[in-house]
Design a protein around this ligand. Structure first.
Ligand code: C2E
Ligand code: MG
Ligand code: MG
Ligand code: MG
Length: 289
């Protein structure tokens, strides 16, 4: 009450704003507790090549909260970034991803998958990020060549030299990099020249209407061409229909991810999807590799 009339100008204090503040504080408390209690999970969504083979997966964070239900990442990741909880949370994600890679390494088919992990700007900005990832890989025994880190254009606002340096340090160990949600940020094309990237991920907002919106179709064609010309892999996100996939295939997109193939699912369902969809021909390839 005192604060509402106080010197720091909070005169227009209103109950609706207080409710927002309270909800945020409650979610933050739950986030901290969720981390301590190990409430988080990773789901896996397959990434499929033009021949229909699963080449890898994206690990997506899930929070099955005991009373809130399944809290979507868009509701808690921004708060985790603002409050710094993203640092332990992101570390847990990487640790879990490494453990999964080690488990998959026991199987000839699963052992070939590349696992993509989302990294937030705050996490990547941490001066200990690169050494932390290398330490996790080392202690888990995971193969760095099977790990792909997804970065976003928002990180470019920080310090390009620092970003290039961290990517080079990790890349020297075989870790790959994808630029996520490509086309939605404010990055200049000259950044693409400097960043040691392996893959561009075309944002799902361009894929959604690719068949009906000529601008989206032009953007998709251009991004695929750009990736080819820069020697990068290109993956389309949010592929929901066969028709979208056919359009993307005609553009020579390399890899696809979306509900058409599978939603993000728990690890057992993902493994069943991969092993069930493995072509007999790919078994010989595994032996030959
Ligand atoms: P993202 O990295 O761009 O992930 C793709 C999102 O698209 C996922 O949403 C996925 O479930 C959804 N998606 C996949 N296929 C389709 C489709 O065919 N149609 C539609 N409409 N959506 C599809 P999700 O899992 O809710 O994650 C949202 C965002 O949260 C992610 O976007 C990523 O930015 C962030 N996120 C998720 N997990 C992590 C994490 O472990 N760390 C960090 N830092 N961010 C994460
Ligand atoms: Mg991603
Ligand atoms: Mg994305
Ligand atoms: Mg996205």
């Amino acid at each position: 009450q005192a604060k509402a009339e106080g010197r720091d100008g909070l005169r227009f204090f209103d109950p609706a704003m207080q409710a927002v503040v309270n909800a945020r504080a409650a979610l933050e408390a739950d986030l901290r507790q969720g981390l301590a209690l190990g409430q988080f999970l990773l789901y896996y969504q397959p990434q499929v090549d033009a021949q229909g083979r699963v080449t890898g997966a994206e690990a997506l964070l899930r929070w099955p909260h005991p009373t809130r239900g399944m809290v979507p990442p868009v509701h808690f990741i921004p708060l985790a970034e603002e409050t710094g909880h993203i640092l332990p949370l992101g570390r847990w994600v990487l640790q879990t991803a490494c453990a999964q890679l080690v488990a998959w390494a026991q199987d000839p088919v699963l052992g070939r998958l590349v696992l993509a992990v989302n990294v937030s700007a705050r996490q990547f900005r941490d001066p200990d990020f690169a050494s932390g990832v290398l330490a996790l890989l080392h202690s888990s025994g995971a193969n760095p060549r099977r790990l792909k880190l997804e970065l976003t254009e928002s990180m470019l606002a920080d310090n390009l030299d620092d970003m290039v340096e961290k990517m080079a340090a990790l890349g020297a160990h075989g870790i790959r990099f994808a630029l996520d949600d490509f086309g939605t940020g404010y990055s200049s094309l000259s950044y693409l020249k400097r960043l040691p990237l392996d893959e561009l991920k075309i944002d799902q907002s361009f894929v959604r209407d690719v068949l009906v919106d000529p601008s989206d179709a032009a953007i998709v064609r251009t991004v695929v061409g750009l990736a080819h010309n820069l020697g990068l892999e290109v993956l389309a996100e949010g592929v929901e229909t066969e028709a979208q996939k056919d359009f993307l295939a005609r553009c020579h997109c390399h890899v696809y991810q979306g509900y058409l193939f599978s939603r993000p699912v728990p690890v057992a369902a993902f493994e069943a999807f991969v092993l069930g969809s493995a072509q007999p021909a790919s078994v010989d390839e595994v032996k030959a590799a």
